[in-house]
Design a protein around this ligand. Structure first.
Ligand code: AHG
Ligand code: MN
Ligand code: MN
Length: 349
């Protein structure tokens, strides 16, 4: 059965939040449901929206303003940093620092925890400032991914790794910005997933995709086919199955863009372990956890091959995990092949 991916007009009206509601009004409505909330969390979401508008503006004009190309440096993963990786990193850091609610940030672009000027902030944020940046110079969609935790160390002290390594089920907000033909902010705070489209003429994100539901089945698989020979047997079998079933392969090479398409239309994103990178490439804190929570909140699934992504216990700020995320049925099919191959290997022992 295919589940409709958005509410119809009547259902949307029933939520009291019609399409076109501004992000600000949406956040205020959400905050009003928690009488004890003092607004810090709402401000944090506004800061993220503000940074993404600035990054959006830089992306739109990058070919004219000298922002294309590499910066000549590498990040902790040894990957070449693009100029826009660093610029997006700085934009988000500044917005979150100026807002005052965030005490520390972990970013793909810096090895260590970044302490803001606000040790009294209640929250910490893990960030992939620019996802899919290898697409950037060719004007293909890129994104930003964020994940928010309420800190567990005492307010007023400097946050530590423990604040960031709480585990994916402790996230209090997670989302992404997709800089595509239109720019969208999609996020969850644990009450479903809502998508907002940016209207540049107004400078506002407006609710366009209320209560997104990932279709439970689909016919699209998204992985880097060039690494096929390096994947586990179970993954190779799954991809064979996709081909036998006549599924379509769609791989942009930007997690945000691939995930977003599959969230709306049905499909599965796969970044398995490879021979050279047994844990794959996707980083747990600022890629896998936020996307896994979004998938689950939209009735999809996200698995590692050994269990739900959100059950993984993180042990390093920049640790990685294999990931299979998207439509529940498609993810279940991969999980089944992992289970079968595990059963077979234990039988042979
Ligand atoms: P980032 O640009 O933040 O380093 O992330 C890139 C990730 C992800 O977005 C994408 O799906 C994947 O790398 C593509 O990797 P391959 O080129 O190995 O397929
Ligand atoms: Mn990324
Ligand atoms: Mn990145």
């Amino acid at each position: 059965m295919t589940v409709q991916n958005t509410l119809n007009g009547a259902e949307t009206a029933a939520l009291g939040l019609p399409i076109g509601t501004t992000l600000d009004r949406f956040i205020k409505r959400q905050q009003s449901q928690y009488p004890s909330a003092v607004g810090d969390f709402s401000q944090l979401l506004r800061d993220i929206a503000l940074a993404s508008k600035i990054v959006n503006r830089e992306i739109n004009r990058a070919g004219l303003s000298g922002l294309l190309g590499t910066a000549g440096s590498t990040n902790i993963q040894g990957e070449m940093q693009q100029k826009l990786d660093l610029s997006a990193h700085i934009r988000f850091l500044r917005a979150l620092n100026n807002g005052g609610e965030v005490a520390a940030i972990v970013s793909e672009e810096e090895p260590e925890i970044i302490h803001t000027d606000h040790p009294d902030g209640k929250y910490v944020v893990a960030l992939d400032p620019l996802d899919g940046s290898s697409n950037f110079d060719t004007n293909v969609s890129v994104g930003t991914i964020f994940s928010v935790y309420r800190r567990i160390t005492p307010i007023g002290t400097l946050p530590t790794e423990a604040d960031f390594l709480q585990g994916g089920r402790r996230q209090v907000a997670a989302g992404y910005v997709l800089y595509g033909p239109s720019t969208m902010l999609v996020f969850t705070t644990g009450n479903g997933v809502n998508g907002f489209t940016y209207d540049p003429s107004l400078g506002e994100f407006m609710l366009s995709h209320p209560q997104l539901q990932c279709p439970s089945d689909g016919t699209v698989y998204s992985c880097n086919d060039g690494y096929l020979a390096q994947y586990d047997e179970a993954v190779q079998q799954y991809i064979d199955q996709c081909r036998e079933r006549g599924y379509s392969a769609r791989y942009i090479g930007a997690f945000v863009a691939d995930f977003h398409r599959n969230l709306l239309k049905g499909g599965i994103y796969l970044y398995p372990g490879t021979l050279t990178q047994p844990a794959g490439k996707i980083r747990l804190l600022y890629e896998a956890f936020p996307m896994a929570w979004l998938a689950e909140q939209a009735n999809g699934r996200a698995e590692t091959g050994a269990g739900p992504v959100l059950n993984v216990r993180p042990d390093a700020l920049h640790g990685r995990t294999p990931i299979f995320a998207g439509s529940a049925q498609l993810v279940a099919d991969v999980v089944q092949l992992f289970t079968d191959s595990f059963a077979l290997s234990t039988e042979q022992v």
